[in-house]
Write a protein that binds this ligand. Structure first.
Ligand SMILES: Nc1nc(=O)c2c([nH]1)NC[C@@H]1CN(c3ccc(C(=O)N[C@@H](CCC(=O)O)C(=O)O)cc3)C=[N+]21
Length: 296
């Protein structure tokens, strides 16, 4: 059998295009947009992601500050910080890095963020706006996936799209965005019987299940576009670990196009976060009352 060669849907060039647009639009504002990054505790992955976000922010001309809180921070202290950031007109966007330590409840924290500054798009006001196709801030990974598909010219309108996973961060919101873009959307999850029978129906398969190599070649329609959102760290000899996706590498022999891990969706997530910060700043500039100033 001849080995297929799926087109690589690379994240970095698509992310660079998004970052260029963010830089250009940020420069048109009277002040650089400011991103407040809130991190609780010292989870190594969170420390590394937040550092990466701050670095990319400065590269596109945004200012940012990492609010690093100790691992034993109380819910009340975290809510107090969010209140301060909500009221500060110099803060355009607020991101609370997830997961939070186990003693903190994320739902009230996400509810406390001013929806106009919710650059993660996770406040119910923003998730509701998404599902009603109203203006709002869209979650970063789902919006990044849509930008990645658009950048590489993958048509979404009318396509049969299967999303594997139904998380608040990826599966649910990407299904909503795809529906808004006129795709025919199916959402599968761990209780779906015969997952392969469902995924084989996809023109575009989006996998955000959090399970390494869940999707094998037999589960993919030949020529399909496969978006791998999985970030699984597998152990290596040197102890540093290696990233791998939710899609088995052999899927490249069947798929028409495939996003790599790393270097696929991950960079889009960060680029979209900065784009969201610019969008939030633009809207606040047009409507200063959302920053908490009194407007007569
Ligand atoms: N409130 C909140 N918002 C998030 O958006 C959020 C979060 N919490 N918690 C964790 C997840 C994960 N996430 C990633 C961001 C960048 C890469 C990324 O840039 N990945 C690189 C590789 C990075 C590496 O090598 O470690 C890549 O895929 O090429 C991955 C994952 C954002 N998340």
């Amino acid at each position: 059998m001849t080995q297929g060669t799926a087109q690589v849907l690379a994240g970095p060039p698509a992310a660079a295009a998004l970052l260029d647009e963010a830089r250009r639009r940020a420069a048109r504002l009277p002040h650089p947009p400011h991103l407040a990054l809130v991190r609780v505790g010292e989870d190594p992955a969170s420390v590394s992601y937040v550092r990466g976000k701050a670095k990319k922010a400065s590269e596109v001309g945004l200012s940012s500050h990492v609010h690093a809180l100790p691992g034993d921070t109380t819910q009340a202290d975290l809510l107090a910080l969010i209140g301060t950031l909500n009221a500060d007109p110099a803060v355009s966007g607020i991101l609370v890095q997830l997961p939070l330590p186990a003693h903190l409840d994320p739902a009230p924290v996400l509810l406390a963020v001013n929806p106009a500054k919710d650059v993660d798009g996770l406040h119910p006001a923003n998730t509701g706006a998404l599902w009603n196709a109203h203006e709002g801030l869209r979650p970063c990974t789902p919006a990044g996936i849509m930008a990645l598909l658009a950048h590489h010219g993958v048509p979404v309108r009318g396509a049969r799209v299967v999303v594997v996973g139904r998380s608040a961060l990826v599966g649910r919101p990407v299904a909503g965005l795809l529906l808004n873009a006129d795709a025919t959307v199916t959402v599968a999850h761990r209780a779906t019987p015969d997952l392969g029978a469902v995924t084989r129906g996809a023109d575009i398969l989006i996998v955000a299940a959090g399970q390494a190599h869940l999707i094998t070649p037999d589960m993919v329609r030949p020529g399909a576009t496969v978006v791998d959102v999985g970030i699984n760290r597998v152990p290596t000899e040197d102890g540093r670990g290696r990233l791998t996706g939710d899609v088995h590498p052999d899927v490249a022999q069947v798929a028409g196009a495939l996003t790599p891990v790393p270097g696929g969706v991950g960079p889009m997530t960060v680029a979209q976060l900065l784009m969201n910060t610019v969008i939030a700043a633009e809207r606040q500039h047009a409507q200063p009352e959302v920053t908490g100033e009194l407007v007569r």
